[in-house]
Ligand binder design. Structure first.
Ligand code: F6R
Length: 608
């Protein structure tokens, strides 16, 4: 999702800005652009193609400058056209890049129109440009500070003005922004990785902060207008963020990331012989003893990890667990429980809805919070009392795979830890769970070896326009995740149901044309699931079953079976999701979609 880079230097900064955009590409975008300040006002180059194309354009045009801002845009207001791409200008004297959504843009636009401003794009960003322009009296820092007082919504911005050729002003509320300190040059960016190498240190701006970067240094004002300092941290080398990740023998990052799961999981399992609360933070032993329930907040795939965790937390730790879609929770009236542990789950740690839901829970007096997250430096990790870092490594494919399975590992460890603390897990069970976890990477390798059989199925799936996914109990969230993976990368409409729900409506959809993917572990619900499968067969539906070795489900007319290498008890969801990832991946490949960057989607969803 939108990315910002800005710089003030004494050298031509355009290559640094373009490289920054390239490093932010993983977030997803549909247009991009760069502007530099010249004596004639800001000049820009914009593109609805990839950053590589923008790079070619700037090289061909010998586009250069010492002060500039750049942007990857993920369209919210207005189509992804060159005209709507950022930087957006105001009266050819000011240029702005913006990440987020301005909620009161309509009233601001009317107010600015009345002052004579013309709007030439469909973006909400243009109101910020004109607003700052209208307030400018020779000091861009002051104008931005005055302007943000009038903005409602979420934003991170970078602004330059013709009259201040060595200044970039940034501001943030709701969307991330860092300032970067280099040698005689300074930066702003959505993420430290964009400027790593050029900046030696960074500071994370806080909500409501406005910063001014010049050749001499950085000034930061907080929401109240006080000049403040923010903690200065070392910037990780770009390589430490994952660098330019090599695809190796894989066709796409998604495939690579699916195959990295054994390693990612073994990196995520702590080197410990016991499940102790300290794994989540120093103060956790004390706090975890006092909690009486869990509230999980997350979006998308991470939400499905939360749904799976609910089964573990309630069955292993016997602790009441609610799971809420973050974007719903933040706006509904709920009954806060100060003794609940609020658990946010996020690959990126920057998802706007999850961050807002977390802050909402905190504002309701729920002070005990834990982030299960893949990015140690993310806003979410910084906001929560406790953390469990998944060590999936950088995930580039927009569709989450290894982040999901490592989240599941973290959440299972939480369930066993709480179970032990609450007297529901004895030493023998603890040892068994640890053994199961440790064997997971090997078990996953066995599942990955099923790829050729899944490729054969994907040829069939690629010709379909609809699919149903069935699971029961612990595997219902896995069916949901399988359906989400298929729809987001292959664009096949897919829905998931707990198998017992079929007869309450969706069975009407089942005909010979409907593939029904069934997650069939050998668990207590197997016989029930088999009955649900018969309901599908009786209507001519084609069953594609991922069955555990000992389920005795065999291939026959209309029933296609891929046998999972081993039954994995409570941790079975971590194995069963993998063939569903592979099925989605190979189906998308047959259909020729842009697997790693599916249409309309972004990796890091930093707008509401
Ligand atoms: C789907 C997917 C998304 C994310 C969701 C939350 O494959 O990746 O559904 O899970 O946007 O993102 P994070 O986990 O970064 O909060």
């Amino acid at each position: 999702m939108c990315g910002i880079v800005g710089a003030v230097a004494l050298r031509n900064i355009v290559p640094v800005l373009i490289e920054g955009l390239r490093r932010l590409e993983y977030r997803g975008y549909d247009s991009c652009g760069v502007a530099v300040v010249t004596a004639d006002g800001p000049q820009r180059v914009r593109s609805v193609a990839r950053v590589a194309e923008l790079d070619e354009q700037v090289r061909e045009a010998h586009f250069e400058g010492v002060t500039g801002i750049a942007h990857t845009r993920w369209a919210t207001h207005g189509a992804p056209t060159v005209n709507n791409a950022h930087p957006i200008f105001s009266r050819d004297t000011l240029a702005i890049v913006h990440n987020g959504i301005i909620e009161n843009y309509e009233s601001l636009r009317e107010m600015l129109r009345a002052k004579g401003y013309e709007f030439v794009s469909q973006t909400d960003t243009e109101v910020i440009a004109h607003l700052i322009h209208s307030l400018y009296q020779g000091d861009l820092f002051a104008a931005v500070r005055a302007a943000v007082q009038q903005l409602a919504g979420a934003y991170a911005i970078g602004v330059v003005h013709k009259n201040q050729p060595h200044t970039v002003v940034g501001a943030r509320a709701g969307s991330p922004l860092v300032v970067g300190y280099g040698k005689g040059e300074n930066f702003i960016a959505s993420d430290g990785l964009a400027i790593a190498g050029s900046a030696e240190h960074i500071s994370y701006l806080e909500e409501g902060d406005v910063c001014e970067i010049t050749l001499e240094g950085v000034r930061i004002a907080d929401r109240a207008g006080n000049i403040v300092t923010r903690e200065v941290r070392d910037v990780q080398a770009y390589g430490a963020y994952g660098g330019a990740v090599d695809l190796g023998p894989y066709r796409h990052y998604m495939q690579k990331e699916i195959f990295e799961q054994p390693r990612a999981i073994s990196d995520t399992i702590p080197a410990t012989d016991a499940f102790t609360p300290e794994l989540f933070g120093d103060n956790a032993p004390e706090v975890f003893k006092g909690i009486d329930s869990i509230l999980i907040l997350a979006c998308g795939t991470s939400y499905y990890a939360g749904l799976t965790a609910k089964y573990w937390l309630e069955s292993v730790a016997k602790i009441r667990t609610d799971v809420e879609i973050a974007s719903e929770y933040r706006y509904r009236e709920s009954v806060p429980n100060p003794r609940a542990l609020v658990v946010t789950i996020s690959q990126s740690g920057e998802t706007a809805d999850t961050l807002a839901a977390l802050k909402h829970a905190q504002s309701l007096g729920m002070e005990h919070t834990l982030a299960v997250c893949n990015v140690a430096t993310s806003a979410m990790v910084r906001l929560t009392e406790f953390k469990f870092l998944t060590h999936a490594g950088r995930e580039i494919g927009v569709a989450s795979t290894k982040a999901f399975t490592t989240q599941l590992v973290g959440l299972f460890i939480l369930a066993v830890t709480l179970g032990k603390l609450r007297g529901h897990v004895n030493a023998e069970q603890e040892a068994t769970y640890l053994k199961l976890l440790r064997h997971l990477p090997a078990a996953l390798n066995g599942v990955l070896a099923l790829e050729p059989q899944i490729i054969a199925w994907s040829e069939e799936f690629a010709r379909k326009e609809n699919a149903l996914f069935l699971g029961r109990g612990l595997h219902y969230p896995i069916a949901l995740e399988g359906a989400l993976k298929l729809k987001e990368i292959s664009y096949i409409h897919a829905e998931a149901y707990p198998a017992g729900e079929l007869k309450h409506g969706p069975l009407a959809l089942v005909t010979e044309a409907m593939p029904v993917v069934t997650v069939a572990p050998n668990d207590a619900l197997l016989e029930k699931l088999k009955s649900n499968m018969q309901e599908v067969r009786a209507r001519g539906g084609q069953l594609y079953v991922f069955a555990d070795a000992d389920t005795h489900i065999t291939s026959e007319d209309g029933i296609h079976v891929i046998r999972m290498p081993e039954h994995y008890g409570l941790l079975s969801p971590i194995l069963h999701v993998v063939p569903l990832q592979l099925l989605a991946y190979h189906t998308a490949c047959v259909r020729g979609t842009d697997v790693d960057k599916p249409r309309n989607l972004a990796k890091s969803v930093t707008v509401e």
